[in-house]
Design a binder for this molecule. Structure first.
Ligand code: KIV
Ligand code: ZN
Length: 386
């Protein structure tokens, strides 16, 4: 099993989301939680962007020991100098620098030429190398770039000293096959590719971020850039919990991560609370309904054998247990199960009677809780001395 590096950018790409801003103290709390979760790299901020962000990178560098601390910069000397300064207390420091490589970015954003962009990339990597050994190069909007051109700039960045080459699908445009092809193309056509780690960095505009990331890993990427709960620009970034659990569930993918998966749920809640960003109920792995079974057929199946409808044990991600929710779609097995939890064993005709009353109530009330069950049981308890 090869190592898959987990690069967490919750505090940089995630924190850019309107309303998600954190102060330095809160960022330290998140960084420490990420460290205890077991991430390998924390992208702590974009130091040139504001004094607050600079200060957060400084304080996170002091507060965290194990993960590499990474700071973002554009391919601009001043940015790189400030990033290096912010990282001065990091035990392991990385500068993440780069430039746009798609025709859109080269012509309409940078108003430059393909050759000049390669030159700027090379100069930026060389400049960052003056300060730190570990320099990651990002080829922004690689998802919409020409593969031949991407290969040229990646090769030049590695030659200039890049230790990691990041291939972002900045606009979330790629289909999994296209993204996989890009990584495969780089593996086959960049002569010095074995001197660097290829990183995925996918956005979720078409809901493909996790699929694209996994496709990238299957074709040779060995670092994934992710955020907790998938927060990030627009529709978000690839979510850490989805990638980590997809890899854990599919042993055919020959990599392993150092994530302590039982800490996933608590980390997700912490990020959601501090960033004031609710997690959608049906979010994979960490959503409220991720382990809730509500239809009669599923409830019956899961009560007979958990794995009939669960591909992972909820405890593997820190959720105590799955739940059997009582609604008008629930069957007798679920009702029986809940009555047993309350200490009432009931079967046959008695169960049938209570079930019919239950359906009447559930049709008018969305969720049925303990109180409702006691109410339903009321008359039967007296009659039969349950
Ligand atoms: O999405 C992107 O391209 C980025 C880069 C700055 C790495 O976030
Ligand atoms: Zn991004």
């Amino acid at each position: 099993m090869e190592k898959l590096w987990i690069f967490d950018t919750t505090l940089r790409d995630g924190e850019q989301v309107p309303g998600c801003q954190l102060n330095t103290r809160e960022k330290i709390v998140v960084a420490q939680a990420l460290e205890s979760l077991g991430v390998d790299v924390i992208e702590a901020g974009f130091p040139i962007s504001s004094p607050g962000d600079f200060n957060s990178v400084v304080e996170i560098s002091k507060a965290v020991s194990n993960p590499i601390i990474c700071a973002l910069s554009r391919a601009v000397e001043k940015d790189i100098e400030v990033a290096a300064d912010a990282l001065k207390y990091a035990k392991k420091a990385r500068i993440h620098t780069g430039i746009g490589v798609s025709p859109y970015h080269i012509h309409h954003k940078l108003r430059s030429t393909p050759e000049a962009v390669i030159e700027r990339a090379v100069q930026a990597v060389k400049f960052a190398k003056r300060y730190v050994e570990d320099v990651e190069f990002y080829a922004e909007d690689a998802g919409r770039s020409e593969n031949e051109y991407l290969a040229r700039i990646v090769e030049a960045a590695i030659k200039a000293g890049a230790t990691v080459v990041n291939i972002p699908d900045t606009t979330g445009y790629c289909l999994p096959e296209q993204y996989a092809d890009k990584i495969r193309f780089l593996k086959e056509n960049v002569r010095n590719i074995d001197q660097a780690i290829i990183a995925t960095h996918c956005h979720n505009d078409l809901g493909m971020a996790t699929a694209n990331t996994i496709a990238g890993v299957q074709h040779g990427a060995r670092q994934v850039e992710v955020t907790m709960n998938g927060i990030g620009e627009r529709a978000g970034n690839t979510s850490l919990e989805e990638v980590v659990m997809a890899i854990k569930c599919h042993q055919s993918i020959p990599v392993q991560t150092s994530i302590q998966t039982p800490k996933i749920y608590e980390t997700s809640r912490l990020v959601s609370k501090l960033m004031n960003m609710p997690v959608q109920p049906n979010k994979a792995i960490v959503g409220r309904n991720a382990f809730a079974h509500s239809s009669g057929i599923h409830q019956d199946g899961v009560l007979k054998h958990r794995e009939n409808y669960e591909i992972m044990d909820p405890q593997e991600v820190g959720v105590e247990e799955s739940s059997i929710v009582l609604t008008a779609r629930s069957g007798r097995a679920a009702l029986k199960h809940h009555l047993e939890l309350l200490g009432f064993i009931c079967e046959g005709e008695k169960l049938e009677k209570i079930y019919q009353d239950f359906l009447q109530l559930a049709d008018v009330k969305r969720d049925i809780g303990r109180k409702d069950l006691y109410q339903l049981l009321g008359e039967y308890v007296d009659e039969s001395g349950f």
